[in-house]
Design a protein around this ligand. Sequence first.
Ligand code: 9WN
Length: 420
Amino acid sequence: MQKHEMIAHARQVMADNDRGTYTVPTHGLYPFQWNWDSALSALGFAQFDEPRAWTEIETLLAHQWEDGMVPHIIFHTPDDGYFPGPEVWGTERPVPTTGITQPPVAGFAVARIHARARDKALADTQARALLPRIHAWHQWFYRARDPKGTGLVALLHPWESGRDNSVDWDAAFTRVPTEGVGEFTRRDTTHANPAHRPTDEQYKRYIWLVKKFRSLGWDNSKLHDASPFQVVDPGFNAILIRACQEVAELAERLDMPQIAAESRVMAEAGVAAMETLWNEDLGQYLCLDRTTGAQIDSPSIGGILAVFAPIPKHRAAGISARLKVLAESCEYLIPSHDPTAPEFEGLRYWRGPVWLIVNYMVADGLARAGEPEMIGRIMGDCLRLIETSGFAEYHDPITADPCGGAHFTWTAAMIIEILH
Ligand code: 9WN
């Protein structure tokens, strides 16, 4: 496929999923606005329609909670094609939202869109309006999800990670009960192949956590300590740290010194604390189970995505070396789980498949760290996957089989990013 054809196709996917002021990840499977999908999709919009890109992030942040949290789903219009819908979450917001969050990539997206904006006046106005809200979200993270001030935030629900059924959560999930979750009907498996999705057993635990947090009135001053699931994910923290750093730099340029100074402090503490997640045997970062205090022995993409943060140069070189090893066991980088590990499943969601958004962030981190060796391979694999199998939600790293939902917004946005 020619470059211009691929871009045209990607723009069509984005247009089809555009609901005017926000995009849905894909029609049918995900009929609402998702947090990190929107931020990453805005990067794609910005390549051809800057006002539309800003609107995407504006809409997301318009639904920020009073305590600073930015929810993971905004249920703009009713749709019973997705479970769990607003009635399960019961957050009682004017426009219903979930009560948990997602990777805070919006700060990075705003800085990047601002940096390459053609309409500088619009970019300045938008960034000035958005930065205080994004900063409040970042501060919320360290207040609500790092109450002991370790420098790293914990996830309280796998859906917060964006990597819902990663092997990383398996051991910690055994401590989440299933009693009392009641009967429910999943809707995802009517839109996508059940073999590509999480299991029913995992869904029971996802719902148990939702009900637990709901019983606490979604009060974020209580949720952290009450949750049996508290996992520190290097990938998630890397996104937060990078966002804090980008916000610091942009705030400085826009003469917002307090936001700049506070953001810098959060980013520096985060980078220092990331070191506790490094695992020398595997040559990558690992998750930490905060309830046991132990590292989680699971070689997933979370520990590779850590390179998105401004980690020390020798650690970025370590991640590049790790990618070289991973490249030997798959056809397409980057598998979301090490293909040589027994838990690897090439088609099942976050237990093996390649996700273009992760590839994009890892490649960006490597470039920033001055470690270019694997970037061409990663970006080339993204293009080969789409050429072979279309704009799927995710792809098998060995066969390129398209998985999950088709016609996917952020997959299209990443192709637009890569080809521009
Ligand atoms: C739950 C929308 C979202 C992504 C996540 C991805 C998947 C939802 C689901 O889809 O999660 O949030 O129901 O499976 O794991 O990263 O944001 O594309």
